[in-house]
Design a protein. Structure first.
Length: 112
């Protein structure tokens, strides 16, 4: 009977000591030293205007003018949005044409 009492007391002590360790969370705080060495992925994209009229596009924060039948090559960071800046007969202002991703690397986007 004393053995069972000793085992029960031991289990209770171990259980009380283990409870705080079960709820301990890992630290997900990013280290600021890695931020300055992070390199953003860029993709090379060519835009070709086959719409028959001049286009004014907003690529990220920049405005790009593209004449009819012309092409322009761009290096864009992944996530950069290509939008129509000025309305035409085929496209509305603010229309999203594409968003740069690794799948678009070394491609030509034709705008009709």
């Amino acid at each position: 009977m004393r053995i069972w009492s000793a085992v029960a007391i031991t289990v209770a002590i171990v259980g009380l000591g283990a409870a705080p360790a079960v709820y301990a969370a890992t630290s997900n705080v990013p280290s600021p030293g890695h931020a300055m060495f992070a390199k953003s992925k860029t993709v090379k994209v060519a835009l070709r205007n086959d719409s028959g009229s001049a286009l004014q596009l907003k690529v990220g924060d920049e405005i790009v003018s593209l004449d009819a039948g012309k092409s322009v090559s761009l290096k864009l960071a992944v996530g950069t949005r290509i939008m129509v800046n000025a309305a035409t007969d085929k496209h509305q202002a603010g229309e999203l044409l594409a968003e740069a991703s690794t799948a678009l690397d070394n491609t030509t986007l034709t705008i009709k």
